[in-house]
Ligand binder design. Structure first.
Ligand code: NDP
Length: 453
């Protein structure tokens, strides 16, 4: 059987065994198809059944989360934790609270996390979790009630050497606080079993900034490789959450001009540059709609979601040099890719997980647009989470500068690893392929060493 046939066979198995999980199938296809050159060269991966094992979570936990809302009504949600792969370290990956969360979404995110974590070079396995709970419109008391109920089941499966969750969409420092408090109460242990904690009780400086800053460092590495720099570049950023805000902050610090941000209701276009204080006040502190931004800054335009051009997203129709999709999966489609190319974009750098559809990626590649794939470009968050674990385990806290300089080095190493691997397999500059092969090889080799488990 050829490597291509082996990949096709395992993908067929994924389709049959995970019906309706389209995002998971998409993620598996993207990774496995790019592994063909490695599988052709090394038979061990097939002999050891690595693809069929790596695509199956070691454990999937699905549980009921029951809580009481402010009106006294008993509410019920689904909770998930997918412990995907522990070949190189304890499970590590975020929790997402969003109404669209289901098992397929959590599996796609967990599957991506395996390779991302391996790419950082740090000892962390892959996992992901969350709930279809929607924190929007809930009171603080309701969010706390939900987080405590969620943790009352999850704590059985966690621990600093076992599974260390963090935040993701809908889960920020507040939710981590409520969950960590409950974990501590139930286990009677104060330990680094979660990351993204507040600084005064075990969090790491620069964790909040890490994914966004890391994404910009990664983009800078790509541009530098081609004799360019981020300074002076017009950048479009989607999203208005943790990743987007700190991408915008770092871009400004490095002399670029970020001109957009967006949320689930619309896009802000501010040609003289997004105002960070306003953005943070509206989305980080207030958790309000971005529409308010245009009331404060009269020279900014608010484009509501329903006014998006046919089949595309307004944010990708705004001329830019570099695009940073930093909101959610499949937010950048073929139409958007065409708009970006027509408007002269030279680099798409993925801050969110799997934000570009396969058709969009193929179109960008065919048109010579440089591409920073998510599992490399947004790995800064999990890398600094691991630094938070290291600080907790050694009872130390490092300065912002110390953590930021480690993050900078990690992102440079990830870039070099992906670039060198793409060169090794004859596709120099294909960072998607380079990142997938490098991440996979580290985990797969560890699985071979550890035998049939
Ligand atoms: P946040 O919850 O902080 O922000 C998410 C942002 O994206 C919000 O502005 C939200 O809009 C918008 N958004 C979410 N879902 C949709 C949707 N379906 N359609 C349009 N807009 C949407 O999340 P993060 O910034 O933490 O995460 C963003 C992305 O980055 C995700 O893909 C996440 O998995 C990925 N990521 C995050 C890391 C981290 O450290 N936080 C690490 C690595 C990857 P609104 O405000 O209206 O809800």
């Amino acid at each position: 059987m050829s490597a291509k046939e082996y990949v096709a066979e395992v993908l067929e198995y994924v389709k049959e065994s995970s019906p309706g999980q389209s995002e998971f199938y998409q993620a598996a296809t993207e990774v496995f198809e790019s592994l063909v050159p490695l599988l052709e060269e090394d038979d061990r991966y097939r002999e050891h059944g690595i693809l069929e094992r790596i695509v199956t979570p070691e454990r999937s936990i699905i549980f009921r989360v029951t809580w009481v809302d402010d009106s006294g009504r008993i509410r019920s949600n689904l909770g998930y934790r997918v412990q995907f792969n522990s070949a190189i370290g304890p499970y590590k990956g975020g929790l997402r609270f969003h109404p669209t969360v289901n098992l397929g979404i959590v599996k796609f995110l967990g599957f991506e996390q395996i390779y991302k974590n391996a790419l950082t070079g740090l000892p962390i396995g892959g996992g992901k979790g969350g709930s279809n709970f929607d924190p929007k419109g809930k009171s603080d008391k309701e969010i706390m009630a939900f987080c405590q109920a969620f943790m009352s089941e999850l704590f059985h499966h966690m621990g600093q050497t076992r599974d260390v969750p963090a935040g993701d969409i809908g889960v920020g420092a507040k939710e981590i606080g409520y969950m960590f408090g409950e974990y501590k109460r139930l286990t009677m242990r104060f330990e680094g079993a979660m990351t993204g904690k507040q600084i005064i009780w075990g969090g790491s400086l620069a964790r909040k900034e890490a994914t966004g800053y890391g994404s910009v460092y990664f983009a800078e590495n790509i541009l530098k490789h081609y004799g360019l720099e981020i300074k002076g570049k017009i950048c479009t950023v989607s999203g208005a959450g943790n990743v987007a805000i700190y991408t915008i902050e770092k871009l400004k610090k490095m002399g670029a001009l970020p001109v957009t941000c967006s949320d689930s209701k619309g896009t802000i276009y501010h040609p003289r540059g997004v105002d960070l204080n306003t953005l943070k006040a509206i989305k980080e502190v207030g958790r309000e709609s971005l529409e308010k931004y245009a009331h404060i800054h009269k020279d900014a335009t608010y484009i509501p979601l329903h006014q998006y051009p046919e089949g595309g997203h307004a944010v990708w129709n705004i001329p830019c040099d570099v695009a940073f999709p930093s909101a959610t999966q499949n937010e950048l489609t073929l139409v958007d890719a065409k708009n970006l190319v027509n408007n002269g974009c030279i680099l798409v750098n993925e801050g969110a997980n799997m934000p570009s559809t396969p058709e969009a990626i193929a179109y960008l590649k065919a048109n010579g647009v440089y591409f920073g794939p998510a599992k490399a470009a947004n790995a800064g968050g999990v890398a600094v989470s691991q630094l938070e674990m290291a600080q907790n385990a050694s009872m130390q806290s490092w300065s912002f500068t110390e953590v930021d300089s480690r993050l900078f080095e990690i992102m440079k190493n990830i870039f070099n690893t992906a670039m060198n691997t793409s060169r090794e397999f004859g596709e120099e500059g294909d960072l998607l392929m380079g990142a997938n092969i490098a991440g996979f090889r580290r985990v797969a080799n560890a699985m071979i060493d550890q035998g049939a488990v």
